[in-house]
Ligand binder design. Structure first.
Ligand code: TLP
Length: 345
């Protein structure tokens, strides 16, 4: 099977498996796992922040951030297709009593004026706005990267109104590769940043939340509250260290292949896709229906599966394909052959 459903599907590399087998461990709830400490130090260093926290999932990292930046009944500004409000099970309402304030955009990029317009005035009779969540790269917008100047401008507006800024940087290293700017620079003006080791970097499990000492100390407390206190978890952190040290530099290969895939797909009937919009490793495209009553995305993904290619359907009309380190040029060619078959049969 060629699995293009996500970059989460990768298996640990041989170097990761070796590092996992050999990892020195201790009880991390007591702060005694040397491998976790090493990963957290390395992560803080890469993002040029004072502190970092290892968490089991990106969702937990994001939701810890929401929890520490909000109060029950407050609003969180987020782009309407953001992961935090669409794919995290309503967690901000469940764990933090917070409400998403979605902003619809045309291309996935928030504008400072749009953000400013939905910040409620600080008066006793209005819902308080506490947090701005950004996403880089933006998953549902075909992995769209956001540059440092826009991030800075958005953070400036939020901070001027007393809001905190959290960056869902699940794929921040993809954004760095695409923009030619370091992950640290892209994230600099955000109070907290979550990034994933288990997406394009191929670790089996794990994400990181970074911020200043005080925020991360509070995040550590909330991680325990959410059930994320782990014990001899150096066996997983060891894979994370390999992810950060060996898997970042190759992300450009995934981007090149995603563009190739997009260019091939754009030539096929019923595909609505501008290949130029694909700048990282995610290809999201719309499919025009063959007949009004048939959901084209589901029919397409079923046809692809029959031909040995897995991809994801988002809603009735959208399909997503994601490249990663187990996808080479041959897999791209096969996937395009299968798509041609399905759409021209
Ligand atoms: N994204 C998954 C699905 O949930 C859609 C994927 O396959 O892409 N932020 C962003 C931007 C993400 O894309 C994801 C995972 C997360 C957070 C959550 O990470 P996990 O799955 O580790 O909780």
């Amino acid at each position: 099977m060629i699995d293009l459903r996500s970059d989460t599907v990768t298996r640990p590399t041989p170097a990761m498996r070796r590092a996992m087998a050999e990892a020195e461990v201790g009880d991390d709830v007591y702060g005694e796992d040397p491998t976790v400490r090493r990963l957290e130090e390395l992560a803080a260093e890469r993002l040029e922040r004072a502190a970092a926290l290892f968490v089991p999932t990106g969702t937990m990292g994001n939701q810890i951030a929401v929890h520490i930046h909000t109060t029950p009944g407050s609003e969180v500004i987020i782009e309407a297709r953001g992961h935090i409000s669409n794919f995290e099970m309503g967690a901000m309402a469940v764990w933090s009593g917070a409400l998403p304030r979605p902003i619809v955009t045309e291309r996935g990029l928030l504008e400072p004026a749009q953000v400013e317009a939905v910040i409620n005035p600080r008066v006793t009779y209005r819902t308080p706005t506490r947090l701005l969540c950004l996403e880089n790269t933006h998953n549902l917008w075909s992995g769209l990267p956001m540059d440092a100047p826009l991030t800075r401008a958005l953070a400036r507006v939020a901070h001027a109104h007393g809001l905190k800024v959290h960056l869902d940087g699940a794929r921040i290293f993809n954004a760095a590769a695409a923009t030619g700017t370091s992950a640290a620079e892209l994230a600099r003006t955000c109070d907290t940043v979550m990034f994933c080791l288990s997406k394009g970097l191929a670790a089996p499990v794990g994400s990181i939340l970074v911020g200043d000492e005080e925020l991360i100390a509070e995040a550590r407390r909330v991680r325990k509250l959410f059930g994320g206190g782990m014990r001899q978890v150096g066996v997983l952190a060891a894979a994370g260290i390999v992810a950060l040290t060996e898997m970042v530099d190759r992300l450009g290969d995934d981007h090149r292949r995603a563009r190739l895939l997009a260019e091939g797909l754009a030539e096929l009937p019923r595909v609505r896709l501008d290949p130029e919009s694909v700048q990282t490793n995610i290809v999201v495209f719309r499919l025009a229906p063959r007949a009004a009553s048939v959901p084209p995305a589901a029919v397409f993904t079923a046809g692809m599966k029959e031909r040995g290619v897995l991809c994801g359907a988002f809603g009735a009309h959208e399909v997503r394909m994601v490249t990663h380190y187990e996808i080479g040029d041959a897999e791209i060619e096969s996937a395009l052959g299968a798509a041609r078959d399905v759409l021209t049969e």
